[in-house]
Design a protein around this ligand. Structure first.
Ligand SMILES: [Zn+2]
Length: 480
């Protein structure tokens, strides 16, 4: 007697399958190959020993011809009647096999007697960790793991084994191991696979090289987990080589803040930040071109709007060796005056956060915000990494700028500060952001409106660059 059982996938209404069954006595049998196809799983048959292995995502089910046991991950489960084998396919008592599957590899699956339907587990679709992809960055490799849940990044365990596996254990993770294993890797990662532990998911990535322990964090509201691997730390010799390259290829990127529809801050007298920035940038560029052999690259040399991501792209593509961003301050407190130089680093003071927010607010002005989705923690961290390679140099340069400006301007020296400015993100070279004065201060607005004053600022920054360059060259020479 033949019959059939429907297979229903709770979260995939469109996806259905039917199992053809038959009875031997009172017992209804299903064909395991059909079941495997319904659940899109691989299976193998070994005719010599009359065994079949079904590769469910959560474990292996071993079926033996004419045996009353199935073995799942080395544990035996008894059936009320033996399996049947017709020389090609294997058949198992349907109801009891459903029950076994529902408590093992298809957790939560049940047989609905009234509908004569095997209802697949929600957990089958309940994976919260899916495939992974890699993105090669200038300074490392970013592994992006697709997720469908927010995990507590603080509880994620990560370590690197002696034989070069990066292991990431995610509490409450349910990993779709097949999907993960199918992921295409690259960069520092040779391949990926995962396994389900009791209360967590374990992801393993084979590393091509020894790398520092990566950062792991959640982005995009739980849709992705990012694992940021930094390139291996350079040996001292390489670093010297790097320094040499840096200073033999003299390319300075000058970034005039704002532009076009983004005016930046505006003084009471109507002077706009974008105008002052551009003028100082052009003056600085002129000095460098006229007096040195350095190549000058502007992120903008006229009153146009240049998105922030474009600026660092320009810098990197030009092979820039130094990135100087020029801005003018504007704050509520009209008494505030002076000049200051900023480094990219996590904002750690209320003032730093405020200024970062103000300079970053330009993002809202940009036509399409989509580029800035990339400015997640991930980008910030990777950029901070890139930055940290040049942190010492950036600090030296920043100090030099402050010193040279202080020698030329009758304005308070506000020192070197740290904040995370998007404009600096991605520039993989020493870089600083100079706030040359306050447009919100009436006296400074007046000064900044004078070309002679702006020329002095340019001279100051120019001298800082020269001194910095000389210092680096000397450091290099004494290193040899
Ligand atoms: Zn600005």
């Amino acid at each position: 007697m033949a019959d059939e059982i429907r297979v229903i996938f709770p979260n995939q209404p469109g996806h259905r399958a039917t199992l053809n069954t038959f009875y031997r006595g009172q017992v209804e049998y299903l064909n395991t190959a059909e079941l495997a196809e319904a659940f899109s799983i691989r299976y193998y048959v070994n005719n010599a020993v009359q065994k079949q292995v079904l590769h469910f995502r959560e474990g292996e089910v071993k079926v033996t011809a004419f045996s009353s046991f199935v073995i799942i991950d080395d544990k035996s489960y008894q059936l009320p009647a033996p399996s049947y084998f017709d020389g090609r396919d294997f058949y198992l008592p349907a109801r009891s096999f459903f029950r076994i599957l529902g408590s093992t590899v298809l957790k939560g699956a049940t047989f609905d007697e009234s509908r004569r339907a095997f209802i697949g587990p929600r957990s089958l679709l309940g994976y919260n960790i899916h495939r992974a992809s890699v993105e090669e960055k200038r300074n490392g490799t970013l592994i992006r793991v697709r997720t469908s849940q927010i995990f507590d990044a603080a509880n994620i365990v990560r370590y690197i084994t002696d034989n070069g596996w990066l292991v990431v254990q995610i509490p409450a993770g349910k990993v779709d191991t097949l999907e993960l294993a199918r992921s295409t890797m690259g960069g520092l990662i040779r391949n990926a696979w995962g396994r389900q532990l009791d209360n967590s998911a374990e992801l393993r990535f084979k590393l091509n090289e020894k790398v520092p322990l990566p950062e792991v964090f959640q982005v995009d509201n739980g849709r992705e987990l990012h694992i940021a691997l930094r390139n291996p730390v350079r040996k001292k010799g390489n670093r010297t080589e790097e320094m040499r390259k840096l200073w033999y290829l003299n390319t300075i990127v000058i970034d005039a803040g704002h532009g076009g529809k983004d005016a930046g801050t505006t003084g009471r007298g109507g002077l706009q930040e974008k105008t002052v920035c551009l003028d100082v940038a052009l003056r600085l560029g002129k000095l460098l071109k006229r007096r040195t052999k350095m190549k000058v690259v502007y992120t903008r040399d006229e009153d146009v709007f240049v998105p922030l991501f474009q600026r660092t792209k320009i810098a990197n593509e030009a092979g820039g060796k130094l990135f100087i961003s020029i801005h003018v301050n504007g704050v509520k407190n009209r008494g505030a005056r002076g000049f200051e130089t900023w480094l990219l680093a996590p904002a750690n003071t209320p003032e730093a956060i405020e200024i970062a927010q103000r300079e970053n607010s330009v993002i809202a002005l940009e036509e399409s915000n989509h580029r800035y989705r990339e400015f997640t923690d991930e980008t910030l961290i990777l950029s901070t990494m890139a930055q940290s390679v040049w942190m010492k140099e950036s600090e030296t340069l920043a100090a030099q700028v402050q010193q040279e400006l202080a020698a030329r301007l009758d304005s308070p020296n506000r020192g070197v500060k740290q904040a995370d400015f998007y404009v600096l993100i991605g520039a993989t070279m020493p870089n600083v952001l100079v706030e040359i004065g306050f447009l919100s201060n009436r006296i400074e607005e007046k000064k900044l409106g004078q070309s002679e004053y702006r020329q002095r600022i340019s001279e100051g920054i120019y001298n800082a660059i020269l001194k910095f360059k000389k210092q680096q060259e000397q450091a290099m020479a004494s290193n040899q």
